[in-house]
Design a protein around this ligand. Structure first.
Ligand code: AMP
Ligand code: ZN
Length: 457
């Protein structure tokens, strides 16, 4: 069966055929590292992690190269540095680390490459020189601008009309621009701002140029799949396409374009600029990463997803039902072949709602079986879930995980230590009080030959 993905450029689901099946290339626009990622950003990382996993399964892990960039120079980073007094490199390093750790907690496999913009300044200068030589870019007052009139296909990906764009004031008018729709490749840096020497004076790159240059450096002229959130179609991806095609004599940047839909809070997109964000880092303090991943993948990646407390509670409840069954088997047993049906569903443009339905079905089948057949069915269920990046937590740990509202593991351990001390002092009324108190919060204590154990009821 063929792998099919929805190509935003062609506006249809297409059979995916890599240029070279022994080296499938995927590039996704990554974070700007000046602050914590919100759960909307995580949706993009998780959706493309699933694609990454599907590609690895189909072509072999050694035959897929995934690059996700880090934007480590940007106005927002400069602003954060001014506000906190911390040097830019300290901020970007710190938040890149936090991003990696938070995404890992969501089950996101590390990309093979994580190029940082500041490591590619020389390549950016070279691309601008090439664009200027070809008449696709020009200098104005220390800026380098891309001339959108030089690229006939400008607007093809997003469907944005150039005249509409100007009329709708979606572009900035400036005296150094020949056409208001022209966009900045390089801009001058003030003395108190970070900058690099260039033929146009000391300056820093525009965001769009970074991705074109990093893709060129890692992969050459054309990649198989380029991904990102749907907000990036215009102007970011439109500009990447124009820069790369003009620098490479019209050779297209990507053969397929994929975009994830928005995660919303109520009727609005979750965005830092709207001030309605929930940070992945904070959610991970209360919820297990797999619960967040389940919530994020519960809707198809191109559909909007509304983020609510109810979605999280539901996701946790569903995973609990799976883990209760998984607790019956030797969890660390070797993985077998996962059911073909789930794999096929994922190969149909990452149809996660169908794949989830398939997992529920496998669970229902397993729970009706007995003996060796039951064990085998549960193992199949585990292996099916792992295709999507779930069921990696030993079930005992899953159920010991922090519960909503209840006492934390540390609180329970400290109460148990108090109880042990009370018993040692033969203060049995105190020790009983602690046990009853924990029982009322759903914590069951068992006094066994090897000491005291506890579990959440
Ligand atoms: P940014 O750091 O804002 O450039 O975003 C990083 C990635 O997250 C990009 O691919 C964005 O398109 C994506 N993204 C940002 N906000 C959302 C959202 N609310 N829902 C889904 N994806 C988003
Ligand atoms: Zn990009």
């Amino acid at each position: 069966m063929a792998l099919k993905i929805y190509d935003t450029m062609r506006r249809e689901k297409r059979v995916f055929e890599p240029a070279d099946p022994s080296c499938v290339t995927l590039y996704v626009c990554g974070p700007t590292v000046y602050s914590y990622a919100h759960i909307g950003n995580a949706r993009s990382a998780v959706a493309f992690d699933l694609l990454h996993r599907v590609l690895r399964r189909r072509y072999g892990a050694d035959h897929v190269v995934y690059a996700r960039n880090i934007t480590d120079i940007d106005d927002k980073i400069i602003k954060a540095s001014r506000e906190t007094g911390e040097p830019i490199s300290v901020i970007t390093k710190k938040f890149a680390e936090i991003y990696r750790a938070d995404m890992a907690a969501l089950g996101v496999l590390s990309p093979a490459m994580e190029p940082a913009a500041t490591e590619h300044i020389a390549g950016m200068i070279a691309m601008m020189e090439k664009l200027i030589a070809k008449g696709a870019a020009y200098e104005g007052e220390g800026h380098v601008l891309f001339s959108v009139d030089s690229f006939a296909d400008y607007g093809k990906l997003s469907g944005v009309d150039r005249d509409e764009m100007i009329a709708g004031a979606r572009v900035e008018v400036a005296p150094y621009k020949k056409n208001p729709a022209d966009f900045v490749l390089w801009k001058p840096a003030r003395d108190d701002e970070p900058g690099w020497d260039s033929p146009w004076g000391r300056g820093r790159p525009g965001w769009h140029l970074e991705c074109s240059v990093m893709i060129e450096a890692q992969f050459g002229h054309t990649i198989d799949i380029h991904g990102g959130g749907q907000d990036l179609r215009f102007p970011h991806h439109e500009n990447e396409i124009a820069q790369s095609a003009c620098a490479h004599d019209g050779v297209p940047l990507a053969r397929y374009w994929m975009h994830n839909g928005f995660l919303r809070m109520g009727a609005e997109k979750m965005a830092k600029s709207l001030g309605n964000v929930v940070l992945a880092h904070d959610l991970l303090k209360k919820w297990h990463g797999e619960t967040l991943r389940w919530a994020l993948l519960s809707a198809h990646y191109r559909q909007p997803l509304e983020w609510t407390e109810e979605l999280l509670t539901q996701s946790k409840r569903q995973l609990d039902r799976f883990y209760r069954l998984l607790d019956e088997i030797d969890f660390s047993s070797e993985a077998g072949d996962a059911p073909e049906s789930i794999s096929l569903t994922l190969e149909d443009d990452l149809n996660t709602p169908e794949a989830f339905a398939g997992l529920h079905q496998l669970r229902d089948i397993a729970s009706q079986m007995e003996g060796a057949a039951r064990e085998k069915a549960i193992t199949r269920l585990r292996d099916a879930g792992r295709l999507l990046g779930f069921f990696n937590v030993p079930p005992k740990d899953w159920f010991r995980g922090a519960d909503e509202g209840g006492p934390s593991d540390a609180e329970i351990d400290s109460l148990l230590a108090e109880r042990a001390a009370a018993r040692k002092a033969k203060d049995f009324s105190a020790s009983d009080r602690i046990r009853d108190d924990l029982a009322s919060k759903g914590i069951v204590i068992e006094d066994g030959p090897d000491g005291v154990t506890w579990r959440r009821a």
